[in-house]
Write a new protein. Structure first.
Length: 295
């Protein structure tokens, strides 16, 4: 009975993605959960977001705000629910996360103005329990949801409070209030060089729950210095082979994705020209822990 199988697959997909039930249902087409957006520019934004959130601490030139780094946003994470035209996310303090992502001007030690926050990210609007952001260079959209019921006015006040915190007072005029891209943002966007791999990186951002639900994994995205390819590493949760199988042959598989051995204990995922190396817990560790993804 195909409809029974589709329901089982949908339920398994929803469980692994971890988003609210109503959002999972809103992204269902013909009984199946649509995970990956077909909008190329949305893919590029989600790939850029993943790079910011998983890069080694303070390694991104825009990651200069006081307090927490981009990588620390993990501590506020609740869930991610990818939709066909946007990325909907849940955080314990959504306004605080938005305040770290929205760009401001930072003057470097050499006196050069640099973007602090994601270049081109803008506040689109606030609504009941949510903050809507838009990325000008790509048109990518993101919603950050609060865990409790809040009016749009309350959300606006919360965002103002977070963006006015002491660690931000040394910054200059917020760039996220500008209608268009500023010269400093255009310059700093040159640091982003992984657009070729956007299809895969965006897909991982949509499925970040399979890594971030394991509190101690501290997944990291960097560049393999030997191959020049983006590399995803993690230290808790599924083994390298298990994650590769999840991404290529499961209820949350990436359409067209395939995997192969790269080198040592590293696997390579490919979708067209997009590549991503995977390096999880060591084979010995994974065998000892006998990880059960159904838990």
């Amino acid at each position: 009975m195909p409809h029974v199988n589709d329901k089982r697959r949908f339920d398994e997909c929803a469980r692994l993605l971890g988003g609210p039930a109503q959002l999972e249902l809103s992204a269902r087409v013909n009984g199946r959960r649509v995970i990956d957006t077909e909008i190329r520019r949305q893919q590029e934004f989600q790939a850029l977001l993943l790079w910011c959130l998983l890069s080694p601490r303070r390694s991104v030139g825009w990651d200069t705000k006081g307090g927490r780094s981009f990588r620390d946003m993990f501590v506020y994470y609740s869930w991610v629910s990818p939709q066909p035209d946007r990325l909907v996310t849940g955080w314990t303090v959504a306004a605080r996360v938005a305040s770290y992502l929205l760009p401001r001007v930072h003057i470097s030690a050499t006196g050069v103005p640099r973007c602090s926050g994601i270049p081109g990210l803008r506040l689109d609007s606030t609504g009941k329990s949510q903050i809507r952001l838009i990325h000008l260079p790509t048109g990518g959209k993101m919603e950050l949801c609060e865990p409790r019921s809040m009016s749009a006015d309350d959300v606006t006040r919360s965002l103002h409070s977070e963006t006015s915190r002491s660690e931000n007072r040394q910054q200059d005029t917020p760039l996220w209030e500008e209608a268009g891209l500023t010269p400093v943002e255009l310059t700093d966007l040159a640091e982003w060089t992984l657009a070729r791999h956007a299809t895969l990186l965006s897909a991982v951002m949509s499925r970040i729950n399979i890594l971030w639900r394991h509190w101690d994994n501290r997944a990291e995205l960097d560049i393999d210095k030997f191959t020049g390819r983006p590399r995803l590493s993690w230290w808790d949760g599924p083994s390298t082979r298990e994650l590769a199988n999840l991404l290529t042959s499961s209820a949350i598989e990436i359409r067209g994705a395939r995997w192969a051995h790269a080198h040592d204990e590293t696997l390579l995922i490919a979708v067209g020209d997009a590549l991503l190396e995977l390096r999880g817990p060591s084979r010995e560790l994974a065998e000892k822990e006998d990880i059960n993804l159904a838990v």
